[in-house]
Design a protein around this ligand. Structure first.
Ligand code: HEC
Length: 113
């Protein structure tokens, strides 16, 4: 049983690694740089975040996580509660990314910082 669990964990880890590598490969960081121009105002040109704008650090974060959060803002899974003012701000910003490719591009750029 233990061996079976270990094997499943390995298969899962491999699957996730392949999955996130695929994301990184799909983004165009040159296009992403132009999308990031607006983001830099709050998250910093270096992606290190700024307490003054309440914007967290993005640089160094997993690309798959950033992609998921941007999709969550766009879908309304995040940033819609009436007391979530920072989330609401970010939800508007995620709206500046016109499609899924734009999300991959901006994340590829953040990944390169
Ligand atoms: C007006 C300031 C502002 C701008 C501009 C802005 N953000 Fe944000 N961002 C925030 C704030 C504030 C949060 C925290 C929101 C929350 O608490 O949910 C945030 C959160 C995020 C998160 C979630 C981070 C995490 O750890 O869960 C991502 C990803 C993100 N921003 C990416 C971007 C991208 C990409 C852009 C440009 C398209 C951008 N932001 C533009 C203020 C901004």
């Amino acid at each position: 049983m233990k061996k079976l669990l270990n094997t499943s964990a390995l298969v899962l880890a491999f699957g996730l690694a392949t999955f996130s590598a695929a994301f990184a490969a799909d983004g165009d960081k040159t296009k992403g740089a132009s999308y990031y121009a607006v983001c830099a105002g709050c998250h910093g040109a270096d992606g290190m975040g700024m307490e003054a704008t309440n914007a967290p650090r993005l640089q160094g974060q997993f690309d798959w996580y950033l992609i998921r959060q941007l999709k969550n803002y766009q879908s309304g899974a995040r940033g819609v509660h009436k007391e979530d003012i920072y989330g609401a701000t970010m939800r508007g910003m995620a709206g500046t990314l016109p499609n899924e490719q734009a999300i991959l591009d901006v994340v590829a750029y953040i990944d390169s910082l």
